[in-house]
Design a protein around this ligand. Structure first.
Ligand code: ZN
Ligand code: FE
Length: 256
């Protein structure tokens, strides 16, 4: 049987772990300590690591984990990522024997230029591209680049589990309400997710259907977000990537 769990790391990261009771695969283990503790406690061996992008809070465990487990490390093409075994690009796929897993790789640049996401087993591992009710800052890419990445994610089935790398959902909801306050699904989500955090449970995985209904960064084709962007930019009929850029700019200003 395959199990998927989010392991908390650092302040607000999640390391997603698949295991079959013998072998495990981890996504973005930026901190090796909680992962090693989990693997030891459950008698698991780490066979592979999937990396989404070069930031240290995602790649910081690579060297120690590869030394300890001799695992295969899959990652995008970037020399800043240490200890990589196999370089991946959008359109590639990953096959792992134990646990038996297959993922398709999506190029999802925007947060960084190297960012990739993994799709398989009804789940999306999107690193810092999509968060619960939010999206990663554009450190390296442009709004148009991120819009294309989000369009690729929007094409996945609504039932897809969205497995993000950070627990930012509640503050993202606070921001979303400032630009999409009339959205009933968003207010509903706030109740559910506040209750989850109150008992220290993750708000993730969410579903892509829920993100489409509540996440302003996945709603940049919706009339409500176009209307927001038109007010924000003070001109009519912004294009979809300009709508996304306006949402990003508003969120960055809100973050301060
Ligand atoms: Zn990042
Ligand atoms: Fe991160």
């Amino acid at each position: 049987m395959l199990t998927l769990i989010p392991l908390p790391a650092f302040e607000d990261n999640y390391i997603w772990v698949w295991h079959d009771e013998r072998h495990a695969v981890a996504v973005d283990p930026g901190d090796p300590a909680p992962l090693i503790a989990f693997l030891d406690a459950h008698g698991l061996t780490l066979t592979a690591i999937l990396i989404t992008h070069h930031h240290r809070d995602h790649t910081g465990g690579n060297v120690r984990l590869r030394q300890r487990y001799d695992c295969i490390i899959y990652a995008p093409d970037n020399p800043r990522i240490p200890a990589v075994s196999r370089v991946l690009r959008g359109g590639d796929s990953v096959d792992i024997d134990g646990p038996a897993l297959h993922f398709d790789v999506l190029a999802t640049p925007g947060h960084t230029l190297d960012h990739i996401s993994y799709v398989g087993h009804g789940s999306l591992f999107c690193g810092d591209t999509v968060f619960g009710c939010g999206s990663g800052k554009l450190f390296e890419g442009t709004p148009a680049m991120m819009a294309a990445s989000l369009d690729a994610i929007l094409a996945l089935p609504d039932a897809t589990r969205v497995c993000c790398a950070h627990e930012y959902t509640l503050s993202n909801i606070d921001f979303a309400k400032t630009i999409d306050g009339g959205n009933r699904a968003l207010l509903e989500r706030e109740r559910t997710d506040r209750a989850s955090r109150a008992r220290n449970a993750p708000t993730l995985p969410s579903t892509l259907g829920l993100e489409k209904a509540t996440n302003p960064f996945l709603r940049f084709h919706e009339p409500a977000m176009t209307a927001f962007a038109s007010r924000f930019l003070n001109r009519p009929n912004p294009a979809p990537d300009e709508v996304l850029g306006a949402i990003r700019a508003a969120k960055d200003a809100w973050d301060g």
